[in-house]
Design a protein around this ligand. Structure first.
Ligand code: ADP
Length: 483
């Protein structure tokens, strides 16, 4: 079955509705991170191929913008249903190329499909404004129109959801697009493109460019005036470069960048619930999420209880290939990623942190790293500042709420913060003070297609999902009428 699902995926560039080879038929390999073995080869686009894809998106834009909202709604709705029907096959593709356990791949697919359902419902609700101006002598008409061809660049950690949450609103708004999936995990998006075509998406609306020459292929597209919008999810470092490049054409950008989420547990919190939430916030996606809890600030009164319970849960998790029954922790996505996680743990231990569980790389194939808990972590440890992107929980303690909030906010990032307390007024006061785009209040997961996802500070620009998610793909035009 593994062979069949991989064989069925389109391996070429998808441009203007047809499948093409890359220039000189260049390809690159996609690996299974649990074994390091090659799954298949896909087309490796050149800058010229990228420009052909842009031309296709540009050509398709006028007709697509003129389609009835109901038609766009129905395409998204059909695609939502097809994804749901085929969840088992898509989950297997995702697990093979990315490593996460099958159950987590399925959970991502449910989440990813929700963006299509949500934005199908938004497609028919794009509206404007009509009012009498202040002097009464004229009228103001405000309309919202598709921004134009979009460039979407997605990461490897949520191979489907990071795509649907950009593609969904772009389709709903009437924009065409070129999407470049991460080269570590291109197969899931290629599979999605086939599903969208089957759902009736016209040729040229979605063009897929897979490449390993990322900067060389994306640069000219961003510099070309025909792209009107760039939506990127990935590291802050790359995001900053892309914002700079976008300045040339004054592109509207959406940036979902790095995080460094604090997880604050107050003295009055329900410790069992906090541990449950911590498991989700830390271990979802093997810790490879920008929303992953990166720093745990636990009140001294409950710190030892919390730590012991977390250690028990973490030590008990089954590590292995994501396709195996009962596996809860798959491999990290590549060797570099594992090296970085190991380096951060070693640095913390060297500076005085206590290793409570994990910390040792298992022998054998695949890029596995065990669930790890560190306590007594000094603030000088690198992982107090850097995004870990792995299954490692560093625990710090505090005695005053003010200190916890100060420490939580002491970072250039501001994506999500988690807060555990049973006191309602403390919950509201502290939520207001946390510098983050999202707060998980007594819950370890915030992702929801119907809510605005995004960060402040260096975690990004713009919001994805919710009622505002479609605005990223629309321009506002105002007509002044003298009546
Ligand atoms: P991560 O590896 O954590 O997902 P990256 O920012 O490295 O974060 O990658 C996210 C996406 O951005 C991937 O699709 C990657 O190929 C792409 N990317 C990386 N460098 C560039 C660049 N210079 N220009 C455009 N896209 C890039």
């Amino acid at each position: 079955r593994e062979r069949r699902v991989i064989d069925e995926v389109t391996k070429g560039l998808i441009i203007g509705g047809s499948v093409r080879d890359a220039t000189e038929q260049r390809t690159f390999g996609v690996e299974d991170p649990s074994t390091g073995e090659l799954l298949c080869d896909v087309a490796d686009a050149s800058p010229e191929d990228g420009m052909v894809a842009l031309q296709a998106a540009h050509d398709a834009q006028p007709d697509w913008a003129a389609t009835a909202p109901r038609e766009r709604e129905e395409i998204l709705r059909r695609a939502f249903e097809l994804i749901t029907e085929r969840a088992d096959d898509i989950a297997l593709i995702m697990t093979l190329e990315m490593g996460k356990p099958l159950a987590e791949s399925k959970a991502e697919i449910t989440y990813a499909a929700e963006f299509f359902r949500w934005f199908s419902e938004e497609a028919v609700r794009i509206s404007g404004e009509w009012k009498v101006n202040a002097t009464g002598s004229g009228r103001v008409l405000v309309m919202r129109q598709p921004i134009g061809p979009c460039l979407l660049i997605t990461p490897w950690n949520f191979p489907l959801a990071m795509g649907t949450r950009k593609i969904g609103p772009a389709i709903a708004a009437g924009c065409t697009m070129v999407i470049k999936p991460a080269s570590l995990t291109p197969l899931t998006i290629l599979k999605l493109a086939d599903i969208l075509a089957e759902a009736g998406l016209p040729d040229g609306v979605l063009n897929v460019v897979t490449t390993t020459s990322t900067g060389k292929v994306m640069g000219p597209l961003i510099a070309d005036g025909r792209i009107r919008k760039l939506s990127f999810t990935g590291s802050t470092e790359v995001g900053q470069k892309l914002i700079e490049q976008s300045a040339q054409q004054v592109l509207k950008t959406s940036m979902e960048l790095g995080g460094n989420a604090p997880f604050v547990v107050c003295a009055d919190a329900d410790v069992d619930e906090a541990v449950q939430g911590a498991m989700l916030a830390k271990m979802r996606n093997i810790g490879e999420a920008c929303t992953a809890a990166n720093r745990f600030y636990i009140h001294a009164d409950v710190a030892e209880e919390f730590t012991k319970k977390l250690v028990d849960r973490m030590a008990d998790m089954k590590v292995g290939r994501g396709t195996e029954e009962g596996v809860e922790v798959g491999p990290l996505v590549e060797a570099d990623q594992r090296d970085k996680v190991a380096e951060l743990v070693d640095d913390a231990v060297q500076k005085g942190a206590t290793l409570r569980t994990g910390g040792e790389i298992p022998s054998g194939a695949g890029y596995f790293y065990p669930p790890t808990v560190l306590s007594d972590v000094p603030t000088s440890a690198r992982l107090a500042k850097e995004e870990i992107f792995g299954p490692v929980a560093p625990i710090f303690t505090f005695t005053e709420d003010d200190d916890a909030i100060r420490a939580a906010n002491d970072t250039e990032f501001g994506l999500v913060s988690y807060l555990y307390t049973k006191d309602l007024s403390r919950a509201i006061r502290l939520s207001e003070r946390l510098e983050a785009g999202m707060v998980g209040l007594n819950q370890g997961m915030v992702s929801n297609a119907g809510a605005p996802f995004g960060g402040v500070k260096q975690s990004g620009l713009g919001r994805e999902g919710g009622t505002v998610g479609i605005d990223e793909y629309l321009e506002i035009k105002y007509v002044a009428m003298n009546v």
